[in-house]
Design a protein around this ligand. Structure first.
Ligand code: SF4
Ligand code: SF4
Length: 125
């Protein structure tokens, strides 16, 4: 009879103790998007393509392990972030550093077409 009363009370105090123990610790989550995390310098995020640096060797396309991510047509250079695995191969192998990784991680979208970074390269030979 007594045991049936003590057990829930014990559990209640255990719960209260846990709340008190953690209630004074500093938070480890951020109030995103108002506050944003500073990514470290090795973070691989959105890629920047500089068409003025590019020598049109297409090496980036060849070393990309995710086939179809980088598309180069007569008019466009595009990177599809829905397919990109952010390995950094394209950036590392570009002979003229026309590609750069940034710490930008805010790429989420509800439309796949919004995940395609397209640059007009009309005039490429
Ligand atoms: S590897 Fe660099 S220079 Fe070559 S096509 Fe790609 S971005 Fe341009
Ligand atoms: S980061 Fe990797 S997967 Fe993404 S485009 Fe470059 S080589 Fe392809």
């Amino acid at each position: 009879m007594m045991n049936g009363f003590i057990s829930p009370v014990k559990e209640l105090f255990k719960g209260l103790f846990t709340v008190l123990k953690n209630g004074f610790k500093s938070t480890i989550t951020l109030e995103y998007p108002e506050k944003k995390k500073n990514m470290n310098s090795k973070f691989r995020g959105k890629i920047i393509y500089n068409k003025n640096e590019c020598i049109k060797c297409r090496l980036c396309q060849k070393v990309c392990p995710s086939i179809g991510t980088i598309k180069i047509t007569d008019t466009d250079y595009s990177i599809n972030y829905a397919k990109c695995i952010f390995c950094g191969n394209c950036v590392e192998n570009c002979p003229v550093h026309a590609l750069h990784l940034t710490s930008c991680y805010e790429l989420a979208s509800d439309k796949k077409e919004n995940l395609i970074m397209k640059e007009d390269i009309t005039g490429w030979k």
